[in-house]
Design a protein around this ligand. Structure first.
Ligand code: NAP
Length: 342
């Protein structure tokens, strides 16, 4: 079969490899769609540790073609999405229930072969069923949605809460929608590209803000801002120092900031502890998707989350090396790899 292989830093090729055979407790899945994530580009550049040679692709879904010995919950012909993060279950963090912090975490598409291929093997315990009636592209959104769901759960949004989301990539767009579903009364998305601000307002944001046009702190939290005094909850979904710095200043006294964005390791950001303390701003971080992939799959299956409009392009495996090696095109939100395409 064909697979997109990371073979070392800056070295990514699509080549013929053996079709994998499902081991005991594993499913052989024919990939229908796999999303390209910023992490794949970090892996390509060697900015995140991985285990090359390895097939990348950790956001994927497809059809079960075969099952290994002992599989009981799935059979050939079912559509599934895979939670890529495999926790060991035995380390101190797993035994505390913090599986996203597992000391021996193995991720499909990072440490073992993933979904940028015609087939992938997935442990049965990592798979969740999706309806066959679902358009195949949508299944690839379960993994990023699960990461946003963990963040929204941590924020403990109450009905009517005010929310600011910084960054209008796929993570920001999904967080906007989850915040509304969780009961937020107002959700403002701040992102520089106008096309993204309009899209966000069409899919659930109650307003948007252009941080390039005016200073965001007075523009949102100032006395004449969109949310005078600040928001109950601020989600940082841009992954840049500027928005991390801004986030606490956009939260109201007693409000909550949730950091999702990934900054390069070693990069630091100045935060004013006095301001955090005297306004009792809660600063939280959200990493991966512990115990929420099933709920994300259910949300995708229900159609409650708009994902079709987040798909910028669908490409075949042949175009994958170019897409991985280059930054996203202007305006692009999510590129899907569909091995079935020529
Ligand atoms: P993305 O496509 O890069 O989207 C982030 C967007 O933020 C950019 O496209 C940009 O859009 C906007 N932005 C940049 N500077 C900004 C500023 N100063 N103010 C407001 N918006 C700004 O990334 P993504 O895929 O949505 O992911 C977002 C972040 O989450 C990344 O750092 C990613 O690594 C991380 N992530 C974390 C988890 C987790 O578990 N915590 C999971 C998945 C991803 P404009 O050009 O429109 O401004």
């Amino acid at each position: 079969m064909l697979a997109g292989r990371l073979e070392g830093n800056g070295s990514f090729f699509v080549r013929e490899v053996e079709t994998p055979v499902p081991g005991p407790g594993e499913l052989l899945v024919r990939i229908e769609a796999a999303g390209i994530c910023g992490t794949d580009r970090h892996l390509f550049r060697g900015e995140f540790p991985s285990r090359p040679p390895v097939t990348l692709g950790h956001e994927f879904s497809g059809i079960v073609e075969a099952t290994g010995a002992g599989v009981t919950r799935f059979r050939a012909g079912m559509r599934v999405t895979g939670d890529p993060n495999i926790a060991c279950g035995g380390c101190a963090q797993c035994r505390r229930g913090r599986v996203n912090l597992c000391e021996n975490l193995v991720a499909i598409g990072i440490h073992r072969d993933g979904g940028f291929a015609e087939h992938v093997t997935v442990p049965e315990n990592q798979a969740y069923e999706l309806p066959l009636s679902l358009p195949p592209e949508r299944g690839a959104f379960c993994e990023p949605l699960a990461c946003c769901l963990h963040a929204v759960d941590k924020a403990e949004i109450r009905a009517g809460a005010s929310v600011v989301v910084l960054g209008g990539g796929v993570i920001g767009m999904l967080t906007v929608q989850l915040a509304r579903l969780a009961g937020a009364g107002s959700v403002i998305l701040a992102t520089r590209q106008a096309v993204r601000r309009s899209l966000a307002e069409e899919i659930g944001a109650t307003g948007s803000f252009d941080p390039a046009a005016q200073d965001i702190v007075p523009g949102i939290a100032g006395p004449d801002g969109l949310l005078p005094g600040g928001a109950d909850i601020v989600f940082e979904c841009a992954g840049v120092a500027e928005t991390v710095r801004q986030a606490p200043k956009l939260a109201r006294s007693g409000g909550t900031v949730v950091l999702l964005g990934v900054l390069p390791q070693g990069e630091t950001v100045e935060i004013e502890p006095f301001d955090l303390l005297f306004r009792e701003v809660k600063l939280l971080t959200s990493f991966l998707n512990p115990f929420v992939h099933g709920r994300a799959a259910a949300l995708i299956a229900s159609g409650a989350i708009e994902v079709d409009r987040l798909v910028s392009r669908c490409i075949g495996l042949a175009d994958l090396p170019d897409a991985i090696a280059n930054p996203p095109r202007p305006g692009e939100i999510k590129v899907l790899v569909m091995p079935g395409l020529a």
